[in-house]
Design a protein around this ligand. Structure first.
Ligand SMILES: Cc1ncc(COP(=O)(O)O)c(C=O)c1O
Length: 417
């Protein structure tokens, strides 16, 4: 079934796509393009607002308002209970490090086990492994050969000694989705916490921290149509309990106790505008009279449905050129994934595939995907890795067909040479 999605109208909102044509951007897992209203919000902030917060003059009060508005918007996007649960900063990695260092200070010898996965980005692995010197021990929740994490494999790893389960919401490499609510239930069942890496999930589907019941979550704005910035969400009581570094004059309460120093206010303005973009998309799709949250849910559900058609078309094209797809490869199972796919084309070196694709105006990526354990698991060398194609909702079926033709051509050329 083809899902109706206003992709041409969507594309018009992203000026970078038209400016770069005929270049096709299929490297969205490394960061997405920005809609015009986000560009406008950043420019407006820098031109008309750009001062330090906390001053007794109009521009400074406006910065305070931009930050407060950003927290409210992000809270609606996540379905957080309160905007004070949203903390702004540089990127996801620095927030994972911040939370892990704080949790590291609370490790008890009888509750010191951290469950990590071999599917995750190393940002959500190395940061926790660094707690070894604070007494942490680790067990590995391993993906199965189909590239998915199964909660039934997690259950036997849990015990009253488990301190925390750290996992991703969806693989940034293989695109496989994780049953987040079930992970949180399992972790809480033994009195452990759950830390969720939502970086790759953000642009693809509805986030709902209350339904998922995770304890902490990180996202990067730049993966979700906003500028380079990141944020941490945590349940308020968890953030209150977290021992963080704080200068004396900073209030000892979230979000302030988690935000060391000045962050980049124009990027917070851009993050708010990205959520306005989701809202407008949802309203355009029929959510006229709904709340902000309702409109966001409508937009993200439509994005999710449309992206499944993209996944299906991508898998079909990759099957036609006889590429090896790592992870969920059956186009009947696209509900288990997002359109982020690691693949191998015959015996060609992934770097060569990506170079040839670049010559043909496609931006895709090769390498280890910042996931050394995943590479080991797939039997891929770190210095070689694989090729990855990653789409979002402004990509089209037509682009996928052109991608397929280009792949076919380079495969034929490789066979001839
Ligand atoms: C799944 C995932 N987690 C974490 C990160 C790190 O995010 P950041 O660059 O915001 O530190 C990335 C970046 O690619 C990612 O894809």
């Amino acid at each position: 079934m083809t899902v109706e999605f206003p992709v041409e109208a969507v594309r018009e909102k992203f000026p970078a796509l038209g400016r770069a044509a005929p270049f096709v951007y299929f490297d969205n897992a490394a960061g997405a393009q920005l809609p015009q209203n986000v560009l406008d919000a950043v420019a407006h902030h820098l031109l008309d607002v750009n001062v330090q917060r906390g001053g007794r003059y109009a521009k400074s009060r406006e910065v305070d308002r931009v930050i407060a508005n950003g927290r409210e918007k992000v809270a609606a996007w996540l379905n957080a209970s309160d905007p004070s649960e949203v903390c702004f900063g540089m990127n996801a990695t620095s927030f994972i490090r911040l939370v892990s260092l704080a949790i590291g200070q609370t490790i008890q010898p009888d509750r010191n086990v951290f469950v990590l996965t071999d599917l995750d980005h190393d940002a959500n692995v190395a940061t926790w492994l660094a707690l070894k010197r604070m007494g942490a021990e680790f067990v590995w929740w391993k993906m199965r050969d189909d590239g998915r994490l199964y909660v039934e494999d997690l259950l036997p790893l849990l015990s009253e000694r488990t301190r925390l389960v750290a996992c991703t919401a969806v693989s940034h490499a293989l695109g496989s989705l994780v049953d987040i609510a079930a992970v949180a239930r399992a972790a809480h069942g033994v009195g452990a916490e759950m830390f969720l890496d939502c970086v790759h999930y953000g642009p693809h589907a509805v986030i709902d921290v209350q339904a998922w019941d995770c304890d902490y979550l990180v996202c990067s704005g730049y993966k979700a149509f906003a500028p380079h910035m990141g944020f941490l969400w945590g349940k308020r009581d968890r953030l209150v309990a977290l021992p963080t570094f704080r200068e004396e004059f900073i209030p000892d309460e979230p979000p302030y106790k988690v935000e060391a120093g000045t962050f980049i206010f124009e990027n917070v303005a851009g993050m708010s505008a990205a959520i306005d973009y989701f809202e407008a998309l949802g309203r355009g799709l029929g959510a006229h009279n709904q709340t902000l949250r309702g409109a966001i849910e409508t937009a993200m559900a439509a994005i999710r449905a449309y992206e499944q058609t993209l996944s299906r078309a991508l898998l079909d094209v990759l099957a036609e050129v006889e590429a090896t797809v790592y992870g969920v490869h059956d186009s009947a199972n696209v509900s288990l994934r997002v359109p982020t796919i690691c693949f191998k084309l015959g015996e060609m070196h992934p770097a060569e595939v990506v170079e040839r694709m670049s010559e043909m105006n496609f931006g895709i990526r090769d390498g280890h995907m910042y996931a050394p354990r995943l590479m080991a698991r797939l039997g891929l060398a770190m210095d070689r890795g694989c090729a990855r194609v990653s789409l979002v909702h402004y990509n089209t079926i037509d682009e996928i067909h052109r991608f397929g033709e280009a792949l076919r051509e380079i495969r034929e050329r490789a066979r001839r040479d």
